[in-house]
Design a binder for this molecule. Structure first.
Ligand SMILES: *Cc1c(COP(=O)(O)O)cnc(C)c1O
Length: 426
């Protein structure tokens, strides 16, 4: 029986047998005991399923990964220690020195640095494209050695809505997969695999956990990309892995399992970045209410955006489901139930106005974080980007008066009242 996403949030991934714990058990063990060396040997040869060391796999993490896989409509998935690790592993699983990737330029700053600086040092080249480019411009970004396309479904912090079908079409025309970071809408509001994405990544630190409690990431494979049809591009999946007893992942595990099996048995083995089972347990508590929380985040985001748009001390508001927004039509298509609770807006009066506004907020806390139960707020000019002067900020598309507010789960009328009194103080 295929349940709706609401039911999957609560129950998918773990089904206890008679007399077993109702809640997912935290398997707080680094290692696992076997009766014979033969038993363990079969695990190392990937001939049998089971656990031997929690750096590679842990039952608690696997239950939670299975839930997120079900939510995204994928065939296999894994947890990582953070969203950064998830994006790094997803790209590096199919790239190596000499590879090239095409990425939307509108992505999270940490991912931008990962691709543009750190992976470049590893010999992986990236071409950034404007997410609003034409199909011709997008196709022109591909090279002989392109191995993947990357984008964010709703970009953090620009709130750009990715035309997933356009990006998937270009990726597939060039024989490579599309990787989509789906952190902001979560599968409750958007499932990229249904629109043609091949691999989905998450910073579970955000809405999935939803309480600002545990750092984490996830990688989900849609199981549709035919690696063997493009074997020359993906030798890591399509030729024997000498570091793993000569297994050829795409042959042995097929389209449904090859990507995640290789990512676990190679990258997790060699690079670590495993999530702790404690964190996975906390993440699952968040997932159990994700379908209840996301509509409230959207309701609050929409109400705050509409209030700000009408206010005379506000220069402009950026929220994809406002009719005035550049991405309104794209959002209607991909986000019929709304996107997320993050809104950005520019105050008239620049840095001084922003400082005054932030100082007077009572409910909304000043944090670099987004996407948790408590509303939080950030003025990049006086915090994350304070080394830049007003001219540099304007050139980077971050005006000094820009505020990013992540609407939590409080009552929208209280949030609006708090924002209104802080605006009055300017
Ligand atoms: C926060 C974030 C990340 C990084 O995740 P961490 O869990 O902080 O490592 C990646 N992508 C997006 C869209 C994010 O918002």
């Amino acid at each position: 029986m295929d349940y709706t996403i609401n039911t999957k949030c609560v129950q998918a991934g773990y089904t206890p047998e008679n007399g077993e714990p109702r809640q997912i058990p935290i398997i707080q063990s680094t290692t696992y005991k076997y009766d014979t060396s033969e038993d363990m040997g079969k695990l190392f040869d990937l001939e049998a399923e089971g656990y031997f060391y929690s750096r590679l796999q842990n039952p608690t993490n696997d239950y939670v990964a299975a839930k997120i896989t079900a939510l995204e409509g994928g065939t296999s998935g894994m947890l990582t220690s953070s969203g950064q690790a998830a994006n790094f592993f997803a790209v590096f699983n199919i790239c190596e020195a000499g590879s090239h990737i095409v990425s939307s330029s509108s992505i999270y700053g940490g991912t931008y640095n990962l691709l543009a600086v750190t992976m470049k040092k590893m010999g992986v080249d990236v071409t950034f494209v404007d997410p609003d480019c034409t199909e011709e411009e997008l196709n022109a970004a591909f090279k002989e050695n392109t191995r993947a396309v990357f984008g964010e479904s709703i970009a953090n912090p620009a709130l750009t809505v990715l035309d997933i079908e356009k990006f998937a079409k270009a990726a597939h025309a060039h024989g490579v997969p599309l990787i989509v970071d789906n952190t902001f809408p979560t599968p409750v509001n958007l499932r990229p695999i249904e629109w043609g994405a091949d691999i989905v990544t998450h910073s579970t630190t955000k809405y999935m956990d939803g309480h600002g409690a545990a750092l984490g990431g996830a990688i989900i494979d849609g199981g549709k990309f035919d690696w063997m049809a493009h074997a020359d591009k993906f030798p890591g999946l399509c030729t024997p892995d000498d570091s793993y007893h000569g297994v050829t992942y795409a042959e042995k595990f097929g389209k449904e399992g090859a990507f995640i099996t290789k990512c676990t048995s190679q990258l997790m083995r060699d690079l670590g970045c495993a999530q702790s089972p404690q964190s996975a347990f906390i993440l699952n508590l968040g997932l159990e209410s994700l379908h209840v929380r996301m509509p409230r985040h959207v309701e609050n985001g929409q109400a705050v955006a509409e209030f700000l748009e009408k206010h005379d001390k506000v220069e402009f508001v950026n929220y994809p489901t406002l009719p005035s927004n550049k991405y309104y039509e794209t959002a209607k298509k991909y986000l019929p139930n709304g996107g997320c609770g993050v809104v950005s807006f520019e105050l008239k009066g620049g840095r001084a106005a922003a400082e005054k506004f932030m100082k007077n907020l009572k409910l909304a806390a000043i944090e670099t974080h987004v996407a948790d139960a408590r509303t939080c707020c950030l003025n990049p000019a006086t915090s994350t980007h304070r080394q830049m002067n007003d001219e540099q900020l304007a050139a980077a598309g971050i005006p000094a008066g820009l505020i990013r507010i992540s609407c939590g789960l409080e009552d929208k009328n209280d949030l609006i009242a708090d924002i209104a009194q802080a605006l009055d103080a300017i």
